[in-house]
Design a protein around this ligand. Sequence first.
Ligand code: SF4
Ligand code: SF4
Ligand code: FES
Length: 488
Amino acid sequence: MSEVTVAARKMLDFSIDGVPMQAEDGQTVIQAARANGVDIPHFCWHPELSVPGNCRICMVEIEQDAGDPWFDIACNMPVTAGMRVLLNSEKIVSLRKDTMQFITLNHPVDCGICNKSGECMLQDYHYEHNGAASKSRDPKTHATKFFPLSDRIMLDNERCIMCTLCVRFTNEVSGSKALGAVNRGDHALIRPAEDADFNLDVYSDNVIDLCPVGALLSTTLLDHARVWYLEQTPSVCPGCERGCSIDVWHRRHEWKLNALDPRLNTAIDRITPRENPAVNGLWVCNKARDLAQLFERPRAEQAMQRGAPVELATAVRLAAQLIAAATRPVAIVSSWGSNEELAAFHAAFGTRVPGFVKADHRPLPGEVLEDHLLIKPDKNPNRKAALALYPALPAQVSEALPPDTDLVLVWGEGFDQAHIPAGATVIRLDGFAHADHAQADVFIPISIQTERDGHYTNVAGVVTAFAACFPVKPGIAHAAALFAELGA
Ligand code: SF4
Ligand code: SF4
Ligand code: FES
């Protein structure tokens, strides 16, 4: 937003429950309230989507100097100068209670077995604004349970409150137009569009977060873990050079499992987007949702000398000796190293060891290369920062590794042993298991993103931090500290 535009904006005085506030001209009551720190209840409204005004829970009473007070929905009502908004008048409190009764009329209220329990807006609003048992004496209307919207998402139509957030997301954000609503009234159902395939929507899992109730369920997370046993750690999706901000959800330390499988204490339970207007806004693609599959691949946990297990300290000492003795060393630099690790690498080896940046990961078969929303073609999170220090590995790899190269230091994944000149000593550093490691003269296992703090610089130059979720196991090195030791 340019300063000229900001300066040109007219500000309007209004009030909520007698508290004077200001709104930008054109803001709706719900937008102005949020900007002033007041949260008006809402189900169908979302700051990034169109306004259908169908849930009515945001109803407020409006008073102005002229005319009678009236009721209107805050999500569609523009603020006008002098407007007095009543959020908690007697009539509005009663109206909101009635609206909650209406919305839960056919809802199964099966919170005890619902995946959304603990973060469900319907549950929260019930206790905040209703709290009473259903007044209805009629049996509830039943609808489909476990309807597969796609391979990834299951729909419980009985829990759906027809807010249409999911439909509008596929129309207005992802663009797949893969969801719609059929029938009317209490027979209305969310259904896949006949001429679209929700499986092809690479942003589909955002509707699970958007759904204010437990109607949309991730098939991989169904009955996986109660949300109150989990905590989130801020992180960055390494799936492409966009570097979307995410939260990695994992088991709280105080709810650690002892008798059951203790590996679940250091497992990723789910990934959700973390709002970052400079990078990804409110969304992530499905690749981020599947990061557990990437991070939970078999790990490299044992230091080796020509395939034989050695202590980590022994491997580090041997590697340092080999680097010090080399006359024509070359480093193959990771594009998954953090800014801190790249800086440590550069500080340790400078120009003494010429470096070339490789792509640790390449697009998977069938993966979307680039699209209109977030996805970028380079499937590595920090190539931009690496290329600021070292040139890219040439397509003809032999140009970087002439035959007289006497040592190759390979950092990270994605570098084939076949590229290494015959007779060169090889040192490999990697976090994941690979058959090539046993062929290296020295192999040193290093920590992965979920075990360390750091920053990535995305393709647009935005630097974003990530934090460690899990402790690193003994025998595994942190690369930044390792480089300092190897350089010394
Ligand atoms: S499934 Fe969820 S997001 Fe979609 S309309 Fe129903 S309640 Fe709203
Ligand atoms: S767009 Fe890229 S960085 Fe963002 S979630 Fe998808 S793969 Fe991850
Ligand atoms: S939030 Fe205003 S009508 Fe739904």
